[in-house]
Design a protein. Structure first.
Length: 310
């Protein structure tokens, strides 16, 4: 530097360096302000609930972190590039605390006991997809999922995307309904658990909601539990006049449902003896949102359109 007329004069190269430093500081300030005022569309989201995750993914904003990937990998619709937070019911909170998640999304009643600890890590928001469980109105079930889909769209600053997805889902269901509008036989949605017990899906289940939306009748009108199904033995099913839809779980050995229908007491059910049944895979999350509902609906309609094969 040179001293001229009582003042320091900076050579041109120093002026350029100084200008670059000032510009860099300015950019950093702008970046920090932007991050501080950032909207939810770029906030890293974590969730322990696949229904929330698949809904966010459907509207183009998948969560960054997800618990239970080892379970969900058996179903369609895996969330791309999600970081695994460990087991669904025992998420790795230490890992979560080390990650940049700024919101944790849960769906009560699951994980409510963890809320105090979760709030020490990040903001916690609740999206109760299953508050419909205490009602018998499947339209309420559909409306709840629509409402929560909109709420998640608002969260990620994408209300137009959520509305578009809801509209597309309704159009697809309308098309599927037209394909099977001649079917008036009640359907019984059932999964055989073992040689003596079965799980029947009724009001409050995603299967019951889909039947209602497609204009089909659910043969099971008895009470169900909080999650929309009840466990029963073969006895109460003998007098059920319905086409039976057996659900083949990805957790079962291959061909498990057909084996149980061939051996043991289930083969004596009137619908089974008459060959009035079909078997479809569970390629959807049993407590899912619209993505899962649509996968079940498409599998069901495809199976109903095919000739029955005992």
């Amino acid at each position: 530097m040179k001293y001229q007329n009582g003042a320091f004069r900076c050579p041109t190269r120093y002026k350029r360096i100084t200008s670059s430093i000032i510009l860099l500081i300015g950019l950093l300030i702008i970046r920090n302000v932007s991050m501080a005022s950032d909207d939810s569309s770029t906030v890293p989201l974590a969730t322990f609930d696949f229904t929330i995750a698949e809904t966010l993914n459907a509207i183009g904003h998948p969560p960054r972190f997800l618990a239970g990937l080892e379970i969900y990998e058996k179903y369609d619709g895996i969330i791309p590039r999600a970081t695994n937070l460990g087991y669904l019911h025992l998420p790795n909170l230490e890992l979560l605390a080390s990650l940049p998640a700024r919101r944790i999304l849960i769906s009560p009643p699951a994980h409510v006991s963890l809320i105090p600890r979760l709030r020490e890590i990040a903001d916690v928001e609740e999206y109760p997809f299953y508050k419909f469980s205490n009602t018998n109105n499947e339209q309420d079930h559909w409306n709840v999922i629509e409402d929560v889909t909109r709420m998640l769209g608002d969260l990620v600053s994408a209300p137009a995307a959520s509305e578009q997805y809801i509209e597309q889902t309704n159009h697809r269901f309308d098309d599927l309904k037209k394909q099977i509008n001649s079917i008036d036989t009640p359907l019984l949605i059932i999964r055989l658990m073992d040689e003596r017990h079965a799980r029947v899906h009724g009001n409050g289940s995603i299967e019951g909601m889909v039947l209602n939306r497609l204009g089909l009748r659910n043969a099971w009108q008895e009470k169900t539990g909080q999650w929309g199904f009840t466990t029963t033995s073969v006895g109460p099913l003998f007098n059920t006049n319905a086409k039976m839809i057996f659900l083949n779980s990805p957790y079962d050995p291959p061909g498990r449902q057909r084996q149980l229908l061939t051996d043991g007491q289930w083969r004596h059910l009137p619908s089974v003896r008459q060959g009035n049944y079909i078997i479809i895979p569970i390629n959807y999350w049993l407590w899912g949102g619209f993505p899962s509902a649509l996968r079940f609906a498409e599998s069901l309609v495809e199976a109903l359109e095919e000739p029955t094969t005992p």
